[in-house]
Design a protein around this ligand. Structure first.
Ligand SMILES: Nc1ncnc2c1ncn2[C@@H]1O[C@H](COP(=O)(O)OP(=O)(O)OP(=O)(O)O)[C@@H](O)[C@H]1O
Ligand SMILES: [Mg+2]
Length: 266
């Protein structure tokens, strides 16, 4: 029996080119002429306020949707072309984890490799156990998702992505709803994964600490437009007031809105 080729850890790293991408839904434009480049092997964070278009951009990169205009290329391939999309192993860690509640942790991880016949059951088992060990989850292997904490669910979602031995890892809000300690653990995991497996990572987040600590470069998106791109050090003292306010929000307690709240509490 011949099995489909599995990219080995020495599979080439790929870059992402987002080239003048716009996206409309029902005539409403949510991405406006977005261009950016993620270099092979890089950790690139895309930050921006809620509703700015981060998840929509990630969907165009993952090939789940096709841009209204412009192109996304993964290495040499068009991300939206079904004929070539599978040539680069891409794994997406969803915003809400998206585990199957009726399956154990083991079966959640084994599902996709079984469906796509990525090896014998013994080979799949080795991969699943290896991915769980990277995320220190060996003891959760027979648990159901309902028995896991939020942080464990995120780690299981990352482990499930690793089982595919991806060349490209796309994360949507990997630290959302986690406490600061668990967020720091996830940051560490993303950073160490790059050393353990050869992978290019695109991380969508509003977590400023995460983006500034792990990214090689980052971009800030606002209202569907890229507002700035640079290395973390370039964002220490941003001249653009919109970016400064996003990165270091100032809460004005003298704002009449706070007065209103105070009065309501009386
Ligand atoms: N399938 C869709 N149809 C219509 N509008 C959509 C669709 N998907 C997203 N949008 C709109 O596109 C805009 C950007 O959404 P997106 O989910 O990318 O935001 P986000 O930056 O990921 O926000 P958050 O940080 O809250 O996850 C929003 O105004 C949203 O309502
Ligand atoms: Mg989102």
């Amino acid at each position: 029996m011949t099995l489909p080729a599995i990219p080995s850890p020495s599979a080439p790293t790929v870059g992402i080119t987002v080239d003048h991408v716009s996206k409309q839904y029902g005539g409403v434009t949510v991405l406006h002429d977005v261009s950016l480049e993620v270099r092979p092997g890089e950790i690139f964070c895309l930050m921006g306020p809620s509703g700015s278009g981060k998840t929509v951009l990630l969907k165009q990169v993952a090939g789940l949707e096709t841009p209204t205009s412009g192109k996304v290329r993964i290495g040499d391939y068009d991300a939206s072309d079904p004929a070539t999309r599978d040539r680069v192993h891409t794994a997406l860690v969803f915003q809400a984890g998206a585990l199957f509640n009726s399956l154990t942790v083991y079966d959640n991880l084994a599902l996709y490799p079984r469906e796509h016949r990525y090896g014998t059951e013994a080979q799949i088992r080795d991969r699943v156990m290896h991915a769980l060990s990277i995320l220190s989850l060996e003891r959760a292997v027979q648990k159901m998702p309902s028995e896991l904490s939020g942080g464990m669910k995120k780690r299981v979602a990352i482990a499930r992505a690793l089982v595919m031995e991806p060349q490209l890892l796309l994360y949507d809000e990997p630290t959302a709803e986690l406490d600061p300690v668990m967020s720091a653990t996830i940051s560490e995991i993303i950073a160490t994964l790059r050393e353990q497996i050869t992978v290019t990572s695109l991380v969508v987040t509003h977590d400023r600490a995460l983006a500034l600590s792990i990214s090689d470069r980052l971009a800030i998106i606002m209202d569907g437009r890229i507002r700035a791109t640079g290395r973390p050090a370039d964002f220490h003292d941003p001249a653009d007031p919109a970016i400064a306010n996003f990165l270091h929000p100032v809460i004005d307690v003298k704002n009449p809105r706070f007065k209103q709240l105070e009065n309501n509490n009386e």
